[in-house]
Design a protein around this ligand. Structure first.
Ligand code: SF4
Length: 390
């Protein structure tokens, strides 16, 4: 990021990948996790060379901001503090599943709020991070989508979510990162790609332990396939015919299922990895035998894996997820047709762990009477947990 000033704009005033793109006031400081090592060395010009190693070690091995690094001299801390401040201030924290699921609502320096969820499993710990404050995709089922778009997150703001989650996970090892929180990662494409590279190289998380989700922005999916990254791609499908999918996910009108299938095929060809098709199981909406048939056709053509997401009932919401019997029949149907399908564990439903739910709680009124339709309410919960169990 050499050449980037504190407002995150370059000399021409254009936004850089590290800068949050804001339509309102810009943060005054950058996250300490914004600069890469080359920029940090430039910033520390004039200091003994070992200071760069010390600071880097503190940021990425101890997951501590400069002000918490006891081996840095006061004068250097003050110098760094004039440019860098942690971006994430805790506005709310909740735990569930006996402490195995933790959710943060963070307030950023310009006042916008985002969410991060940490989930511990027997063999791994996964953090689900936000890529945007709000979202412009307008999916009717999603609390974030209903709240609208505010701005893209910067690289530093995304990395900071991972670093703070890793710190909170200790002594467990944070093993996986999924871009499935607030926002559409593919709509913040350049920053997300840079963040992926930084997570691999600087934070030390293997590419195969990173997953980016999308509701299906085809041009970006095609670019992503050509990035030469071994990062996973998850497509939130939820409906396998264009009529229903366009009702649930408006951008499907411009990115129809045939084009999504072609993008999934390209991803498979270029990376050798299958796309994961995410499918929230909604009673009577997309869990019928004909839905399984349609999904099986799409999954086979896309050469994709299917990840089924059971929905827990939520008091006050009119729609329930599919019954366990219905889910069993559905997955059997898919497997009979040769589709590789798994069922995901739901996590954190009692703390509103789906994207946008915690932020929405502070200002959402009576959603049961004023909120979305039955279909959209059920799907809203589809972000509850992002890892599969079978
Ligand atoms: S489901 Fe994802 S893409 Fe759709 S509005 Fe919500 S955050 Fe945006």
């Amino acid at each position: 990021m050499t050449g980037t000033d504190m407002t995150g704009t370059d000399a021409a005033g254009a936004e850089t990948a590290d800068a949050p793109s804001s339509t309102s006031s810009k943060p005054e400081y950058r996250s300490p996790w914004s600069p890469d090592r080359t920029e940090l060395a430039t910033i520390l010009d004039g200091e003994p060379r070992y200071r760069v190693d010390q600071l880097w070690e503190g940021l990425y091995s101890q997951d501590r901001p400069p002000e918490e690094q006891s081996n840095l001299p006061k004068q250097l801390k003050a110098r760094l503090a004039s440019q860098f401040r942690p971006a994430l201030e805790s506005a709310a924290e909740q735990q569930s599943d006996g402490g195995d699921t933790m959710k943060w609502l963070w307030r950023l320096p310009d006042g916008v709020e985002i969410e991060t969820v940490l989930m511990h499993y027997a063999n791994r710990s996964t953090v689900c991070i936000s890529s945007q404050a709000g979202c412009a995709m307008g999916c009717g089922f999603c609390a974030t989508g209903q709240a609208g778009y505010t701005r893209n997150l910067s690289v530093g703001e995304m990395i900071e979510q991972v670093v703070l989650a890793r710190r909170a996970a200790t002594p467990r090892r944070l093993s996986n990162v999924v871009f499935m929180g607030m926002g559409e990662p593919m709509a913040n494409y350049d920053r997300v790609i840079e963040t992926l590279h930084r997570l691999i190289v600087d934070v030390g998380i293997g590419a195969r332990h990173l997953t980016v989700s999308t509701v299906g922005l085809v041009p970006q999916m095609l670019r992503f396939a050509e990035e030469n990254l071994q990062v996973g791609l998850a497509l939130s499908l939820h409906a396998a015919n264009d009529e229903l999918r366009s009702e649930l996910i408006p951008i499907n009108r411009a990115n129809p299922i045939d084009d999504l299938v072609a993008a999934c095929q390209l991803f498979r060809e270029r990376t050798g990895r299958r796309v994961s098709l995410e499918w929230a199981m909604i009673d009577g909406v997309n869990d019928r035998p004909q839905d399984a048939d349609e999904l099986a056709t799409v999954a086979t053509n896309a050469r994709a894996h299917v990840n089924l997401i059971p929905l827990n009932p939520t008091p006050g919401w009119p729609t329930v997820g599919s019954s366990p019997d219905r889910i069993r029949d559905f997955v059997s149907n898919l497997r009979r047709r040769g589709v590789n399908a798994t069922v995901r564990a739901n996590r954190g439903t009692d703390i509103a762990a789906a994207c946008g739910q915690l932020a929405g709680r502070s200002d959402t009124k009576d959603q049961a009477t004023n909120g979305p339709t039955a279909t959209t309410v059920a799907l809203k919960k589809s972000g509850t947990s992002r890892d599969k169990i079978t």
